[in-house]
Design a protein around this ligand. Sequence first.
Ligand code: GCW
Length: 691
Amino acid sequence: MSMDVSTDVHAAWLPPEAFRALGSHRVLVQGDGPQGVTVYEEVAQACAAYGGRVGRAPGDEAGPYDLVFALTGAEPALPEAAAVLAGGGVGALGDEGFLTARRDGVTVVLADAPAGLLYGLFHVVRLGEAAFGGGDAPAEAHRPAMRTRMLDHWDNLDVHPVMGHVERGYSGGSIFWRDGGPRGDLPRVRAYARLLAATGVNAVSVNNVNVHTAETRLLTERLGDVADLADVFRPYGIRLHLSVNFASPVVLGGLPTADPLDGDVRAWWGKAAARVYEAIPDFGGFVVKADSEGQPGPFTYGRSHADGANMLAEALAPFGGEVHWRAFVYNHTQDWRDRSTDRARAAYDHFAPLDGAFHPNVVLQVKHGPMDFQTREPVSPVIAAMPATRLAVELQVTQEYTGQQRHVCYLGPMWSEVLGFRPWGADSEGRTVAALAADPAAGGGLVAVSNVGDDPYWTGHPLAQANLYAFGRLAWAPHSDPAALLDEWIDLTFVPLLSRDPVPLRRALHAMMDGSWHTYERYTAPLGVGFMVRPGHHYGPDVDGYEYTPWGTYHYADRDGIGVDRTRATGTGYTGQYPQPWSAVYESAERCPDELLLFFHHVPYGHVLQSGSTVIQHIYDTHFAGAEEAAGQRSSWQELAGSGLVDAALHARVLERLDEQVRCAQEWRDQVNAYFLRKSGVRDARGRHIP
Ligand code: GCW
């Protein structure tokens, strides 16, 4: 297996072999600052391994050069690069963009700022030999769509008695923290930063949004530990963020209140922010989960979320910091009999009226769906409802509800659907979710909960690395084809290690992964109804597990039908939170897309879907099919055994997970089918055995 010797972990999409083409050329690096140094070091390392040469000045002995990295600020010293610069035509590249061109046998990478050179470097790595061949090629600009491309870690400093070391983490312990303090494995953190930079990620938050006592102190006593991490992330162009406890002035400052309008409280936060920036001058800002699932917040003091967020924004503003304020606010003590309270409505009801009230350095961080990272949800209506607020869309790379990294579930296609969704319909001239999150004035970027831990494969399930990779790449270029991103990941992770035809490997991985989200959906909760997982840990089936709990996650199945009536006509009115045409489409049981029918409507089991099947028959068919597909994924992988196409240890790890996936998929199939057979009394039209 390709392991990074310094950290003894899997090299993921940056095995040394992926640098073969780069490292066998003569490369000039003219960049400064921490990221410029990184580019030089990366190239030097690759050249040392593959016989190329790296230099810093055109005349030195490493030349003549066939690849140059240079900044646009000064006249590039290499004539080919200067000619590309003089040719102009691509406009400003910004803080992170870069251009590539080929001139007189030299590949040219230019950027306005060092971080751009870093992204240019990884672009060249992705291209491999193709970066060097052919005649002249005109300048091609590459700029990230989203300004902020951020991963949030739900890491605790220690093992939390209920939530473990990493809340909803399925890859072992935290790579940052251990036993209440820093873990101290900075080479591992550096390897992580490097992997993230290669996907385009530029921000990381290093602690859980549920900020417990020890973690609250990261803001003060433990600031030095945070600064140490920031130092490691900086050379890879990644800014650090911290989740903070809204009650910090009380918990840490000994004040009697955390009221956001109280003068002492505001002064406390101002000083806290100043101290943070003294230690970490390029600190990104705070992430806040307030008034949510037991976390403190402004409601305690009768204040609004704008009051709370703006107070923190004011503290950070003098230093250029931002507040990522989460919109995940809902009532988690409801009664299933109360049909007027609808958790799906909550974020919109709380936040839409506050549109325009947030300071410019507040980013409202909205989960992509209205509930909670289910396998299938409609896009959150909040995203279209707040044009005067900067919005970031939050995804979940960690597979809390999508198989917990025991099941193969490639989420690129799901995120792609979300990002490509047009809240105002097909005619809405480019206003996709991605365009809203990327808007230079109103966009807050793309955020996701990381799936990484101290597991040697980073992500528990080695194939779950593809989700982390795809997230970063989609944040950079949201309209990328997820299947093409999968190829990119395969071509970096596996192919450079092969000395033979990679086609069978690519074929097997695509067979397993392309459709794996749909497969997972087929054998779990049907038609967008959600949940049906075991309470607490959220793994495996329990159809009624949450049905009578206070969490607001119900499917309302009874002997006559199933689904949640969220219509304006007879239900909770949630469909009214969408603009047209979706408001009307979702309101109608006939027009609502099948895959979301039970999210929006309560229908009889005999209701005929647009597919022509009835709801009950659809449940049976998809559950039989999904479990069978999971078995098919395992067969695809088994065919690779002994082929030499993948490392034996990695093969074994994936196979062990697939065995569990196949078992669990059958359990889902049998529980769901038996439950609905019993409830509805309708037999499977195809007469299959339902245990
Ligand atoms: O998905 C839910 C999880 C919680 C999590 C919460 C959130 C960090 O079950 O574990 O808490 O969402 O997003 O805040």
